[in-house]
Design a protein around this ligand. Structure first.
Ligand code: C2E
Ligand code: MG
Ligand code: MG
Ligand code: MG
Length: 278
């Protein structure tokens, strides 16, 4: 519609370049402050073993509680954090927070959980990533086998470097997964060379598995392919009983989504974990 209105009207519909730039700068300055003033929080979303219904892991997801702007979605600020490089200190903070939380749960007698932490491509490319991760595990005392790093297909750009780094992380005992699998425009050949453990099926596929035979068949195919390559599969975005049943018949290993729980605070998760044991 904007195009049909002619170029003279364009400015009435789209934010001006100045507005976009100043919004970005506001967010960038806001994020710098947020780190110093403790405005970031981590919430945790359970990952459930399909066959048993047990919680076996959680994904750490970042939240920003700004004193005036309210809660800002990571979809809005993570891309700008990537662009500006702020993702490096923010990502390090998230990793530390998540590892410390997992260690604390273990010390308090909760069942051992795997903690999944999102690593953006800029973070993955930083030269001292492996050292940073190792230091964080040492500082928090978390055993590496209880940490999983979620990577995206975009890291494939620099394939040789990527494989080397992944191997170093795997050698430490850390698990690696590919997030949003199937949404990047990359060839599948990396599945042969990347030392990964798990594929996370993106929620855009999971959403319609019960209603759209094409999505059903894509998900079925991804699960079979993954299993043939000795990889585990987690389906993201599971919201209904029907979706879960479908995944169960296809032997999907794990599931995550609002059907089980939204991402919640550590305290709220403790309530659920307590109920599971009882
Ligand atoms: P993601 O890693 O793919 O995380 C899954 C997103 O789907 C989360 O959104 C989660 O809240 C949402 N979700 C989970 N279950 C359902 C469901 O059943 N239905 C629907 N509709 N959505 C569901 P969130 O928390 O807003 O995060 C968005 C993205 O921001 C994440 O996608 C991830 O790419 C990025 N992100 C979040 N936290 C971090 C972080 O600490 N570091 C980095 N680098 N990226 C992060
Ligand atoms: Mg993720
Ligand atoms: Mg995802
Ligand atoms: Mg995503």
């Amino acid at each position: 519609r904007v195009k049909e209105d002619g170029k003279n009207n364009f400015q009435f519909y789209a934010p001006s370049m100045n507005e976009i730039v100043s919004k970005k700068m506001q967010l960038e300055n806001g994020m710098r402050k947020a780190l110093k003033q403790n405005e970031f929080r981590v919430v945790y979303q359970p990952q459930v073993e399909v066959a048993t219904g047990k919680i076996i892991g959680v994904e750490a997801l970042l939240r920003w509680h700004h004193p005036e702007w309210g809660v800002i979605s990571p979809a809005e600020f993570i891309p700008i954090a990537e662009e500006t490089g702020l993702i490096l200190p923010i990502g390090e903070w998230v990793l530390h927070e998540a590892c410390l939380q997992n260690k604390t749960w273990q010390q308090n007698g909760y069942q051992p959980l795997r903690m999944a932490v999102n690593i953006s491509s800029r973070q993955f490319q930083q030269s001292n990533l492996v050292e940073m991760v190792r230091d964080t595990l040492t500082k928090t005392g978390l055993h590496p086998s209880f940490l999983e790093l979620e990577l995206t297909e975009s890291i494939i750009q620099d394939s040789n470097q990527a494989v080397h780094k992944m191997q170093q992380l795997r050698d430490m005992g850390i698990h690696l997964s590919i997030d949003d699998f199937g949404t990047g425009y990359s060839s599948l050949s990396y599945l042969k060379t990347f030392p990964i453990n798990t594929l996370k099926i993106d929620q855009t596929f999971t959403r319609n598995i019960y209603t759209d035979p094409k999505d059903a068949s894509l998900v079925d195919t991804i699960i079979n392919m993954a299993h043939n390559l000795n990889l585990k599969v987690i389906a993201e975005g599971v919201e209904t009983e029907e979706q879960l049943q479908f995944l169960e018949t296809k032997n999907c290993n794990e599931a995550q989504g609002y059907y089980f729980s939204r991402p919640i605070s550590a305290e709220d998760l403790e309530v659920i974990l307590g109920e599971e044991v009882a």
